[in-house]
Design a protein around this ligand. Structure first.
Ligand code: GUN
Ligand code: ZN
Length: 454
């Protein structure tokens, strides 16, 4: 049993977006007590520590803050070294010029291992304790990712990126349809129940990278593994040229129909559901948003990436008004920022910049929510992670403002009772230097840890 004393800041309970400001918990002299299984057994005022827990070893993190670990619901493992894509242009050109060639390099086992090591190390450095990870086309690279994630102690959901059709640049990433289904099924068998920190997703790259036949076969595969808690992950309506191309190549009345068993207007098994997460949704119709909400499918909103690729932005008011769960994604490498606090900062900026009555100043509690608890809701693991409530697994960060120039001075100027203002200053102002410790299931993770050499 260990106790961590510091300023607790999190979204308590299990609210929906509209209620989160009432659920913002701030305990200036707080404590988390974590048992030997890595579960939070007490969360609250230090002065209120129950006598039976008073014997726990106390780590004094003051004047630090204890925040839930960040949850990144969309990040590309094979794009670890792609955050500087020069000359790429918008989505479809960028994929061909920069991304397909870069991702092809993971066919080399040594490149894949190094990428897995650097990817996991960056996640620890920025406190992304849970991530839904868009995988590599190459099964050995996926094995390297799962192996390294487990060794480091991160929570990872991932699946091989499936492509059965594409331009010449995508050639090394393509398989035929039978292999695509077989490789995903094998990945599920090998990794989905291998360890509680790991789970698998079925991940077609996007509607343009798979044929109608592949989508139908994936629907059948997903039907057979859905009950086991396997995820579905892809991209949706990110770019206008992409949407036109989807309409042209698949016989669908809207983009979402491609994932909803409706290619060729047929009624096949859907890929949507409570463990389905679609990245972007910048240009969805109200009908698509209603269908996402109806099926419990979530959106991973990636404002940093949407700016980098000139995609536009997911309309915040209209999307959330439709009742869809919106969580945040870095979308590294189209997103050039790994730290979810900075992605939340971009989220604030792009939505205050939406035109006319669409624009809004997102409250700080909602920003923290999208980077933590909403991610847990989108991933259907809200019972385990996402905040610092007793009973949850101890996935948390220690933020030490002293490690960042001027952050202590900014915080000092905030009235401690003004919790919204305090959270605004901390979340929008923090850089990764301020993250001093990262815990998953009560275990402290270290960024230095590297893969054992072969
Ligand atoms: N759509 C298809 N592939 C990708 C990708 O790698 N990144 C982004 N942002 N969108 C995509
Ligand atoms: Zn992406």
């Amino acid at each position: 049993m260990r106790a961590y004393r510091g300023h607790l800041l999190h979204i308590g309970g299990a609210p929906q977006l509209a209620q989160v400001s009432d659920h913002l918990v701030s305990v200036p002299d707080g404590v988390l007590v974590v048992d030997d299984d890595g579960v939070i057994v007490f969360s609250g005022e230090y002065a209120g520590l129950p006598v039976d827990l008073a014997g726990a070893d106390v780590t004094d993190c003051r004047p630090g803050y204890l925040l839930p670990g960040f949850i990144d619901t969309h990040i590309h493992f094979p794009q670890t070294y792609c955050t500087d894509s020069y000359g790429g242009g918008q989505l479809l050109d960028w994929l061909q010029r920069c991304i397909f060639p870069a991702e092809a390099r993971l066919a080399d086992a040594e490149v894949a291992r190094r990428t897995a090591r650097d990817f996991c190390r960056r996640r620890v450095e920025v406190g992304t304790t849970t991530a839904l990870v868009f995988g590599s086309a190459f099964p050995d690279a996926q094995d390297a990712l799962f192996t390294e994630s487990l060794r480091v102690g991160l929570r990872t959901i991932s699946g091989r990126g499936i492509q059965t059709v594409g331009p010449a640049a995508a050639g090394p990433l393509l398989t035929d349809e039978a292999a695509a289904i077989d490789l995903s099924a094998r990945e599920i068998d090998r990794w989905h129940t291998a360890h509680p920190l790991l789970q698998v997703a079925v991940v077609p790259r996007f509607a343009l990278s798979v044929t109608a036949q592949t989508l139908a076969a994936l629907g059948e595969l997903y039907d057979s593994v859905r009950a086991a808690g396997v995820y579905f992950h892809s991209h949706l309506s990110e770019n206008l040229l992409e949407i036109d191309a989807v309409r042209g190549s698949l016989d669908v009345s809207c983009y979402l129909d491609a994932y909803d068993g409706r290619v060729g207007r047929a009624g096949g098994p859907t890929l949507l559901g409570p463990r389905s997460v679609l990245a972007h949704a910048v240009h969805c119709t109200d009908g698509e948003l209603a269908r996402l909400a109806e099926t419990g499918t979530s959106i991973s909103h990636c404002p940093t990436s949407q700016q980098f690729l000139g995609s536009g932005t997911m309309p915040w008011r209209r999307t959330t008004a439709n009742g869809v769960t919106v969580a945040l994604g870095s979308d590294v490498g189209a997103g050039d920022e790994w730290l979810m606090a900075r992605v939340a900062n971009d989220c604030f900026k792009v939505h205050i910049s939406e035109p006319g009555s669409a624009g809004l100043s997102i409250p700080p509690a909602q920003l923290l929510f999208t980077a933590t608890l909403a991610g847990a809701q989108a991933l259907d693991i809200e019972d385990r992670v996402g905040n610092l409530d007793a009973g949850k697994q101890a996935d948390f960060l220690v933020i030490d403002p002293q490690r960042q120039p001027l952050l202590p001075e900014l915080l000092e100027r905030v009235d401690a009772e003004d919790t919204d203002r305090l959270l605004f200053t901390l979340l929008l102002g923090m850089r990764e230097a301020a993250i001093s410790e990262v815990f998953v299931q009560g275990r402290r993770l270290t960024a230095e840890a590297s893969m054992p050499t072969a």
